[in-house]
Ligand binder design. Structure first.
Ligand code: ATP
Ligand code: MG
Length: 456
């Protein structure tokens, strides 16, 4: 815990007395903390120009003026002007509490009175370093989330460990022009991912164009994709623009790609390779600039092996592959998803529902969800319609009652139990950390630490 990602912790110690600097260096060394020392305010500012520190431990009195602390206070202000976040702990003479208060007002995080007590000094220092590291981590997470919350982006809930690499990939390839093949069982969110990728891209100003290869007869499908001209076939009474043309300068989402008939796969391949195609019944070649997203719940490599899908077409489509795990492999997301769907349905049906009873939530966690997120959505919608009172009860869900919770608890480790309790509390209070922490008898910060620990 007490290491930054790859580096050791580094603290800048500033005091005009060499023996104080040396004593602090030795003390921090016992904790595996590296120190750098500065003998004057100028040396502190110079050191800050060259390196980053995890914390600063600075005296307020320097040789020029040894009691007022004014030099130290000025130093504090100069540091804060450069760096608003690095934790600063000031050292003051015994009994100069007013000075300590003034230092905190100017941005010091805590203070130590000299002569110091080693244990107390270390405790204060570690706390401040941990707090600032936690803050940095949460700021980074927030920046990532902001990216994922781009304009027009559909709601996509995915906080579980199994979804983390998926979300990471989405945020990285979304803004690119790369063709992406999205794979996953029914209802795992392939549509949501396609819309998210498009929303993150520079093409998002234009609408995403979708064509479903599953539901269309062969002849219709070709004209759906490429359009046709009047008279191309009996029913072609007027010219028709195909989806490829509609998606020019935008994104085309080919859903259920495994169902594209073999003879159309060659035409599709050419369109993908060159951006060129002809409307059905016309010999005029048209050219478009289209990014292709595709999705399937079939085992596409098996389709290739079986000779049902062209390998060269697959290689055009799957520059990047995103594999969505089934919901049963990301149960950590169930409470948040359930709450999301509860809010949606409650609003739609004007019901005053705020959460789930613990047993109901346990049922949701235990269910295998063969229909994945869509099945969860539908179950909650039905429960919302049935529910009376302010929370959804187990009986509203219409799922089979799982084995007794206590039996399951017997099989769980302490940490697993803690995690489940936290998930329940969060679901119950709509993700409100203050309320959840109160219900659990934890401080907010203690709960945050656990949320981080369990990746909740
Ligand atoms: N991560 C998620 N967060 C919020 N809602 C989701 C998420 N994943 C899926 N959903 C919702 O679940 C439902 C099913 O998702 P979607 O249509 O994207 O699945 P799919 O994989 O395309 O399914 P199919 O294979 O049947 O086409 C939709 O209502 C969608 O909004
Ligand atoms: Mg779909």
């Amino acid at each position: 815990m007490f290491h930054t990602q790859n580096n050791r912790i580094r603290v800048l110690v500033a005091d005009d007395q060499a023996d104080v600097r040396e004593a602090l260096r030795l003390l921090l060394k016992t904790e595996g903390i590296d120190t750098e020392s500065a003998a004057s305010p100028a040396a502190v500012l110079a050191a800050l120009e060259t390196r980053e520190f995890d914390a600063l431990l600075i005296d307020l009195n320097y040789a020029r003026d040894t009691t007022s602390g004014q030099e130290g206070l000025d130093l504090l202000s100069s540091i804060r002007a450069k760096d608003s976040t690095v934790p600063i702990i000031v050292m003051t003479a015994w009994g100069s509490l007013e000075l300590a208060v003034e230092a905190m007002r100017r941005g010091a995080k805590d203070f130590i009175q000299k002569p110091w007590e080693n244990a107390r000094l270390l405790a204060i220092l570690k706390t401040q370093i941990e707090l600032s590291q936690a803050l940095k981590r949460s700021q980074r997470l927030e920046a990532e989330n902001r990216l994922l919350r781009a304009e027009g982006r559909p709601a996509m809930i995915a906080e579980s460990p199994a979804m983390r690499p998926v979300m990471d990939l989405i945020s990285r390839v979304g803004p690119s022009d790369a063709n992406v093949l999205i794979m996953g069982e029914h209802g795992t969110g392939k549509d949501v991912v396609a819309r998210t990728l498009h929303a993150l891209s520079p093409r998002s100003g234009r609408p995403l164009v979708t064509v479903n290869a599953g539901g269309l007869p062969e002849g219709v499908f070709e004209s759906e994709l490429f359009g046709h001209v009047k008279g191309a076939f009996t029913d072609a009474k007027v010219d028709r623009v195909g989806r490829f043309e509609l998606a020019d300068s935008s994104t085309l989402f080919l859903d259920e790609i495994a169902n594209v008939p073999m003879n159309l796969q060659a035409k599709l391949l050419r369109a993908l390779e060159t951006g060129e195609f002809e409307r059905v019944g016309s010999s005029a070649t048209r050219r478009v600039d289209v990014r292709i997203l595709s999705a399937t719940n079939a085992d596409i490599s098996a389709e290739v092996h079986a000779g049902h899908f062209r390998e060269d077409l697959l290689f055009r489509l799957n520059t990047i592959e995103i594999q969505l795990p089934p919901l049963r492999e990301r149960k950590e997301d169930i409470p948040l998803l359930a709450l999301h769907f509860l809010r949606q349905s409650a609003q739609r049906y004007r019901k005053n529902l705020t959460g789930f009873e613990p047993v109901a939530l346990q049922l949701l966690l235990d269910h295998p969800w063969p229909g994945n997120v869509r099945e969860l959505d539908h179950s909650i919608e039905r429960a919302v319609l049935l529910a009376e009172g302010d929370s959804v009860r187990a009986s509203d869900l219409g799922l089979r009652q799982a084995r007794e919770t206590s039996l399951r608890l017997d099989d769980m480790g302490l940490e697993e139990v803690e995690k489940v309790l936290i998930q329940k509390a969060l679901a119950r209070y709509g993700g409100n950390v203050s309320h959840a922490s109160k219900a659990l008898g934890l401080s907010r910060s203690a709960l945050y630490r656990r949320l981080q620990k369990y990746s909740l």
